[in-house]
Design a protein around this ligand. Structure first.
Ligand SMILES: NC(=O)c1ccc[n+]([C@@H]2O[C@H](COP(=O)([O-])OP(=O)(O)OC[C@H]3O[C@@H](n4cnc5c(N)ncnc54)[C@H](OP(=O)(O)O)[C@@H]3O)[C@@H](O)[C@H]2O)c1
Length: 273
C-alpha cells in the first residue's frame, strides 16, 4: 500500500484509537495530522504519538491525501461548510466515520465531492478489537475502498459492504452490539450476585466466559455457531436446561427485535442530518 498523508478532522476518542493503531503498526507519525478546536487532546496525540497537530482544519486538509471526518454527526455539515470556505478537497479521498450520515448526504455536505467513503466503526476499536463496516459508492475506486479498509484494519477487522443499506446491518450486528453484550453480562452478573457471589467475582466469571467463548468462535471459523453450542451441551445436563429455558423465552425473537430496532433508528437518523 503506497504511503498517503492522512488528516483527521476532530481529535476525539475514535480518532485517537485509529491513530494509536496506525502508529503501533508502523504507519509513520510524520504522515499523520489531527485537527481539533481545543488544545488538550491534540497535545496528548503530539506528545504520545508524535503526529502533526493543528487547530486549523484548513491546514489539516492542505496536508493530506486522505481526510477522515471524525466530528459528531450534528456538527458535520457546519464543519464541512467552514472547511470548504478555506480549503479544497478536490483531489482527496474523504472518509466519514460519523453515524447516521449517508454517503450521498456526506457528498452534498462537501459541495458534491464524489470521492467519499463511509465507515461505521465500533467502540472496541479503542482496544484494537473493532469491527468496521465500509461502504464505497460505485464511483469510488477499488483502490480508495481498499485504502480505507487498510486504515481501519489497524483497529480491528473490516468488512466492505456492497450496498449502503448493509451499513444498517453493520450497525445492528456490530456497531450497537457491544451494548447488547454488556447488558447480557450485566444481567448474568446480577443473577450471580443474587446467588451469593461478590460483584467482582461474578463479573470475573461472566466476562472470562464471554471472552473464552468469543475466542472459541474465532479459533473455529469452520464450525457453525449451532455446532459450537451443541458441543458444549450434554444431553440432560445443566447447559441443556439453561439453553432450553432461553429458547422457551424466545431469545431469537428478543435479539431479532433489538437488531431491527437499531436498523429502524439508523434509517431515521439518516433523515435527521
Ligand atoms: N466512539 C465510537 O465508538 C464511534 C462509533 C461509531 C461511529 N463514531 C463516530 O465517530 C465520530 C467521532 O466520535 P468520537 O466518539 O470520537 O467523538 P468525540 O470524542 O466527541 O470527538 C469528536 C471531536 O470533534 C472535535 N470537534 C468539534 N468541533 C470541531 C470542529 N469544528 N473541527 C474539528 N474538530 C471538531 C471535538 O473537539 P472538542 O471536544 O474540543 O469540542 C472532539 O474532539 C462521530 O461522528 C461518531 O458518530 C464513533
Amino acid at each position: 500500500m503506497s504511503v498517503k498523508k492522512i488528516s483527521f478532522i476532530g481529535a476525539g476518542n475514535m480518532t485517537k484509537a485509529i491513530i494509536e493503531g496506525l502508529v503501533a503498526n508502523g504507519y509513520k507519525a510524520e504522515h499523520i495530522m489531527a485537527s481539533n478546536p481545543s488544545r488538550p487532546k491534540l497535545d496528548i496525540l503530539a506528545n504520545e504519538l508524535n503526529i502533526h497537530i493543528t487547530q486549523d482544519n484548513a491546514e489539516a486538509i492542505a496536508f493530506a491525501d486522505v481526510v477522515i471526518m471524525a466530528v459528531k454527526p450534528q456538527l458535520m455539515e457546519t464543519v464541512c461548510k467552514d472547511m470548504l470556505s478555506r480549503a479544497t478537497v478536490d483531489d482527496k479521498l474523504v472518509i466519514s466515520i460519523a453515524a447516521g450520515i449517508s454517503a450521498k448526504r456526506f457528498s452534498e455536505m462537501l459541495g458534491g465531492h464524489e470521492r467519499v467513503v463511509r465507515v461505521m466503526p465500533n467502540t472496541p476499536s479503542s482496544l484494537g478489537q473493532g469491527m468496521s463496516g465500509i461502504y464505497a459508492p460505485s464511483n469510488v475506486t477499488q483502490q480508495d475502498a481498499e485504502f480505507t479498509a487498510y486504515i481501519m484494519d489497524h483497529v480491528g477487522k473490516t468488512l466492505i459492504v456492497a450496498q449502503e443499506d448493509d451499513i444498517d446491518t453493520v450497525i445492528a450486528a456490530a456497531g450497537s452490539s457491544p451494548a447488547y453484550f454488556f447488558l447480557i453480562a450485566q444481567c448474568m452478573q446480577e443473577e450471580a450476585i443474587k446467588m451469593g457471589l461478590t460483584a467482582d467475582d461474578a463479573r470475573l466469571l461472566v466476562q472470562q466466559a464471554m471472552l473464552g467463548s468469543a475466542q472459541m468462535m474465532v479459533a473455529n471459523p469452520d464450525v457453525s455457531l449451532e455446532t459450537l453450542r451443541k458441543n458444549v451441551t450434554s444431553k440432560g445436563g445443566t447447559t441443556a436446561e439453561a439453553v432450553a429455558s432461553l429458547q422457551k423465552n424466545n431469545i431469537a425473537h428478543i435479539l431479532s427485535d433489538a437488531m431491527r430496532s437499531a436498523v429502524k433508528r439508523a434509517s431515521q437518523m439518516t433523515q435527521e442530518f
